[in-house]
Design a protein around this ligand. Sequence first.
Ligand SMILES: [Zn+2]
Length: 360
Amino acid sequence: MADQERLVKTLIDLIKIDSPSGEEDAMDAEVSSRLESLGLKVSHDSFNNVIATLEGEGRPIMLSAHIDTVEPGRGIKPMVDGGILRSDGSTILGGDCKAGVAIILEGLAAAIESNGGNRAIEVVFTRHEEGGLVGAHHLDFSLVAAKEGIVFDGEGPPNRIILSAPSQNVVTAQITGRAAHAGLEPEKGISALLIAADILGRLPLGRIDEETTANIGRMEGGLKRNIIPEQAFLDGEFRSRSNEKLADVERKFRGVFEEVASRFPKAKIDLDIVNTYQAYNVDPNTDAVAIIGKALAQIGLEPILETTGGGSDANVFIEKGISAIPVGIGVRDFHTTWETAVIAEVLQGAQMCQRIIKGP
Ligand SMILES: [Zn+2]
């Protein structure tokens, strides 16, 4: 049986290991040694994603989570507060995605110590998921045989099953005007900030429709109060669950940049739009959904089928032919300093995971 005390201890231990994206070595060492002590065979691909196998019956099922966190995520002090785990308010909690990792570890421990067989399992812990699904993009898929998987990385309770997620395109623009003294010869200058602001004011932003959003999250530029700003930088993104709408937003973005560029012929505007992941829509009748549904029924929960505005490693896994479904991990308010983990729901996640491992 999944054990709440052991699960919470594991989760707190993992949260206390700093692992912002790109600095996952300590988390890697910890989870690898835990998987080994559970009897799994642990290996790494060339990106140092963790791939561990547990022998068992049938076609393997992949259980996945990521081992990095966003910032501020250093020196996190997790505390239990009336059935809820939170940070001291100065950092994230890191429940995203350490609750997912803890759920898989507890699910494995509970399944292995109970009598009887289990399914063949492949555990995949990716690095650098935050900010572009980098680990998943670099994952050596020749080391993964599973065609179905569960990605423990969703907000909300474990019966929240995410069947659809958007594509994301990242937008960066470097704008170069011309510097000049603001008091002596302002007419010689071209303000890159003014151009950036002009672009910003014309772009379609916010919620564009029910399945499409766009945002410029950062605008920087200029050097000093008395210099016409020569450089400006825009950093943003847009997403849609429809690839046609995504292409439409891209056309509109490019149109705005071209229009503004034509009004400032002496400025230089370098626009870069790159796709970071592809949308997916999973059929609710696929095997992976049935496997999750069965495990949920065994612990008395009804599946809640949903769509999301966020991407996860599942976007990459599905693109690579693994029917991987994200589920909730009992965590709320990802990427904020008020992020919380609801202990009862994390436990339900581990119970569900245990049932999945035990098999039908
Ligand atoms: Zn996550």
